[in-house]
Design a protein around this ligand. Structure first.
Ligand code: SAH
Length: 213
């Protein structure tokens, strides 16, 4: 599949839709305008790529809705060279958005097929996360901690403790918490022991899986 002017036009329209829905960070909108989302879907589905919708990517997983990707990314308030941990690599689209904001990205995926497929795709596209890891994001990534930001892209029944402890002071954890429906939750680490918690609306995600293959 190629990236064409037509795709570029559709991306610009998608960015307008997201800004009408309340996304204001111009760097995030710029990422939406530049990243060829249709290439993250299997060929044949490109008509769906620039609608503001989630879409199946195999292994019972989905590429998150563009609005959700933009909303979560905006909450991270990324500065160039920030170190970000992403739980749930999936299609890699959210990873590409983080890279566009010049973050150093570590990303963890629990489904082996998706991990392999997306890792190859990153190489093909010349996207360069610091590391793509096959494993369980519940544990975070202690060997690379602490992080400026952690983003969880699957619905977490509860907040994994290791993720809180792997944040820098001043760092932010963006996590959808809940079972059927999730509340987007932002934790900001104020000091070693204090966290500020903000709840920012309901979303629907595929579940964060624990101890399963
Ligand atoms: N960021 C992705 C969203 C994918 S959906 C994108 O932009 O396409 C959520 C992903 O989280 C799925 O791929 C799922 O396999 C993965 N996942 C679920 N539980 C996980 C866990 N415990 N650790 C790491 N990844 C997990």
């Amino acid at each position: 599949m190629k990236d064409t002017l037509k795709h570029n036009g559709m991306r610009n329209k998608l960015a307008d839709v997201l800004s009408a829905k309340g996304i204001t960070d111009t760097k995030v909108l710029d990422a939406i305008k530049n990243i060829p989302r249709h290439l993250f879907l299997d060929s044949g589905f490109e008509d769906h790529a620039y609608q503001d919708k989630a879409f199946p990517i195999g292994a019972e997983q989905t590429i998150s809705q563009p609005y959700t990707v933009a909303f979560q990314t905006e909450l991270l308030k990324i500065k160039p060279n920030d170190t970000i941990l992403e739980i749930g690599t999936g299609s890699g689209y959210q990873t590409a958005v983080l890279l566009h904001l010049r973050a150093k990205v570590f990303t963890i995926e629990r489904q082996r097929e998706l991990f392999k497929k997306t890792k190859l795709f990153f190489t093909k596209m010349n996207y360069r996360p610091k590391k793509v890891i096959f494993g369980d994001g519940y544990k975070g990534l202690p060997q690379q901690a602490p992080f400026d930001g952690i983003i969880v892209t699957a619905g977490a029944p509860e907040v994994p403790k290791p993720l809180m402890s792997q944040l820098k002071v001043g760092g932010r954890l963006v996590i959808p918490v809940g079972v059927e429906e999730q509340v987007m939750t932002l934790f900001t680490r104020k000091s070693e022991k204090e966290f500020e918690k903000q709840e920012l609306g309901s979303f629907r995600f595929v579940p964060l899986l624990e101890n399963k293959n």
